[in-house]
Design a protein around this ligand. Structure first.
Ligand code: SF4
Length: 385
């Protein structure tokens, strides 16, 4: 292990010659290495905003098809603002953290009302929009408008922690403050060369070279400026966060099929994943609560055999969902329940867990068990568990 340095030492700052050489080397590399991504084909602020919002949810490769579908469905801020929120949630379905999709919709409306439909270029005006935080404001201001505003995401934080040997745990306030301070210093040095390119170059380096495990230091364009490699500390930086213990949750899911229709329930207002659709689900008593405890449609849902299970994670919850073949015994459904055709499900906005359970239930084995469960449903007793 090499010599330890700390962020309190002067070397954690950026000396002007060091910063200038670092900027030149990284931008030189980025000019030849930048990936061709759909949101990089122009600097349209709306597209930058949508892409950066998605990239906070998922990896670049996974974000591309979501991005292309989203901007095809909502090509401008005005179209997004005029759309029903359910359509936005449906287009976001699968990316997770649906509050971000709701905020995106609310912010589009605010852009139309306050800025005539033009995404503002100033950081403060961006920060005043619903759901836009320092990262997204920095991304839009720098990439779309070439303003010298910093940004720090996971990739940038990791790169800076190694370049400058930041010793604070990566979830600490001190680490965040140092990362933003360094990012701010560097983007000002890079300003004459294009702050948007600089910020993207930092993120790109973190995504393809200075990766979390086994960074590709030999191929790194800025290895000459890196404290971590000089100190032999690339494998120990950034200092890991103190992880919260995952919470195990068991959920029982009822699968009611009627021909090509499936019984689904809309998540209630004010809670997690508000407005999205899921398969009717409850948690057996004793489990930590993640969903509402009570299943609507009192008494009409009759559960049968267990036909499968899926695992799913939401933030710190580790969910095991047991799927039960079930039947709906009432003549009709009322909100929040409805029978939805298979071809409607995509447009409804399903929770990730519901999508997984439906995929699992469409496997041949589960369908077979489901048919078997229907044949023997007279033997089924009691409400869904
Ligand atoms: S030399 Fe290695 S640790 Fe340092 S920035 Fe480059 S890839 Fe990251």
């Amino acid at each position: 292990m090499g010599t330890r340095s700390t962020i309190d030492r002067p070397t954690a700052g950026v000396s002007p010659p060091h910063a200038a050489a670092l900027v030149a080397d990284l931008l030189g590399w980025f000019a030849g290495a930048r990936r061709d991504l759909p949101w990089r084909r122009d600097r349209d602020a709306y597209r930058v905003w949508i892409s950066e919002s998605m990239l906070q949810q998922t990896r670049v490769e996974a974000a591309v098809p979501y991005f292309e579908r989203f901007v095809a469905r909502f090509p401008t801020v005005a179209v997004l603002a005029a759309a029903p929120v359910e359509a936005v949630l449906a287009a976001w379905s699968g990316l997770g953290y649906y509050r971000r999709a709701r905020s995106l919709h609310a912010a589009a409306r605010a852009v139309v009302e306050r800025h005539g439909g033009e995404v503002p270029s100033e950081r403060e005006a961006l920060l005043a929009l619903p759901g836009i935080g320092p990262y997204t404001a920095g991304a839009v201001a720098s990439i779309a408008f070439d303003r010298p505003e910093p940004l720090v995401d996971g990739n940038v934080a990791r790169v800076l922690s190694r370049l400058f040997a930041l010793d604070a745990p990566s979830d600490s306030a001190r680490f965040r403050a140092e990362s933003w301070r360094l990012a701010g210093e560097l983007v000002r040095v890079a300003a004459p060369h294009g702050p948007g390119d600089w910020n993207q170059a930092l993120m790109e380096l973190g995504a393809v070279v200075c990766v979390p495990r086994e960074p590709r230091c030999l191929a790194c364009p800025v290895k000459a400026h890196c404290r971590a490699i000089a100190d032999g500390r690339t494998s120990e930086l950034p200092v890991p966060k103190r992880r919260a213990q995952p919470i195990d949750v068991e959920v029982h899911v009822a699968l009611v099929r009627d021909g090509d229709r499936v019984l689904v329930a809309q998540r209630p207002p004010g809670g997690r994943m508000e407005g999205l659709w899921e398969l009717p689900a409850i948690e057996p008593s004793g489990a930590r609560r993640l969903h509402a405890a009570e299943w609507p449609g009192d008494g009409a849902l009759i559960a049968g055999d267990e036909i499968g299970s899926v695992a799913h994670s939401i933030t710190c919850h580790r969910i095991r969902a047991r799927i039960f073949a079930a039947r709906w015994t009432a003549s009709d459904t009322a909100p929040p329940l409805r029978m939805a055709r298979a071809d409607e499900l995509g447009a409804l906005g399903l929770t990730g867990l519901a999508s997984k359970a439906l995929r699992a239930s469409s496997t041949e084995a589960v369908q077979r068990e489901s048919r078997s469960a229907r044949r023997t449903r007279d033997a089924c007793a009691g409400r869904v568990r």
